[in-house]
Design a protein around this ligand. Structure first.
Ligand code: NCD
Length: 299
């Protein structure tokens, strides 16, 4: 793998290799300093808290260093410089690049002429492969497997790069997928066709209550209001993804609750005390997954 651009580029073997490497790092007393003398550039042209800091922390923990364009105002892209030219330039400074952009496909354009490995850290409604890696890793770690599990993806399935990517990455395993959303923001045809092409089945429902007893894991993502013209409508739909403790009462004991965060009208704070709530643990896990990925790209 040269660049990490999409959630469907990994084989099952590659995914398991990353999870095993991440687990090994998480279990080790000391993190091997494999990135000494190497530089990670983080280029974030869309807001981020966790993803950028997680990439940077991972690189620092591996003994490497970090340079950063933390927002769209602070680079010459703001003066109109092209993504291709920006890419060529950062190529000569950094050994690896993590990049977030507002539009689908822009990371691919950026990576066209450069040899430095580029990781897509979220491209509009496109993909967010490392978020999917860390969420799958969290489920794999808790359940000891992915095959045979029933996984619910709830929220803005239509616009959420996280939910769309989860569906594609999970197609490498033998899972039952359930998309939980009102028709207006249900999973788009491209993802459904992809699943069909891989011989994978999925179920579509409108409410969590219909499937809560079946689920081994549930990932929810907020309404992605930034991609809506009608913000008021987005707000209305978004309220349907609020999850209370009571709504989860019939869930399995080993149900894994995930959310890429920020949680905006998703799990109520009362859910945090449930042993099934793993969304903050996933943030810790993200460090080891990203370390494993950096090691595999630069190893
Ligand atoms: C997600 C994203 O940016 O797509 N956040 C993240 O990376 N942790 C989810 C979101 O913004 O809702």
């Amino acid at each position: 793998m040269q660049h990490i651009l999409s959630s469907d580029q990994f084989t099952r073997e590659q995914l398991l290799e990353i999870f095993n490497a991440a687990k090994k790092l998480q279990d080790s007393k000391e993190i091997p300093q494999t990135m000494k003398g190497k530089i990670l550039a983080t280029v974030f042209l869309e807001p981020s808290t966790r993803t950028r800091l997680s990439f940077e922390t991972s690189m620092l923990k591996l003994g490497g260093q970090v340079i950063s364009i933390p927002n769209s105002e602070s680079s010459s892209l703001n003066k109109g410089e092209s993504l291709e030219d920006t890419g060529r330039m950062i190529d000569s400074y950094a050994d690896i690049i993590a990049m977030r952009v507002p539009k689908k496909g822009q990371v691919n354009i950026f990576s066209t002429h450069i040899s430095t490995p580029v990781i897509n850290a979220g491209d509009g409604t496109g993909d967010h492969p490392t978020q999917n890696l860390l969420d799958l890793y969290t489920i794999w770690k808790e359940h000891g497997k992915l095959d045979g599990l029933t996984i619910g993806l709830m929220g803005d399935c239509c616009n959420s790069r996280v939910l769309r990517g989860m569906a594609k990455m999970l197609a490498e395993f033998d899972c039952k997928l359930i998309f939980i959303a009102p028709p207006e923001v249900q999973m788009r045809i491209d993802v459904k066709s992809y699943l069909k092409s891989k011989g994978k089945d999925y179920k579509i429902v409108e409410s969590l209550d219909e499937v809560i007893t079946d689920l081994d894991a549930l990932e929810v993502n907020r309404i992605r209001h930034e991609y809506f013209e009608d913000k008021e409508r987005a707000k209305e739909i978004g309220k349907q993804f609020i999850i209370s403790k009571q709504m989860l009462e019939k869930g399995k004991e080993k149900l894994i609750l995930l959310d890429p965060l920020p949680r905006i009208n998703t799990y109520l704070e009362e859910v945090d005390e449930m042993p099934q709530a793993k969304y903050f643990e996933a943030v810790t896990n993200s460090l080891f997954v990203r370390m494993a990925l950096i090691n595999s790209l630069l190893g």
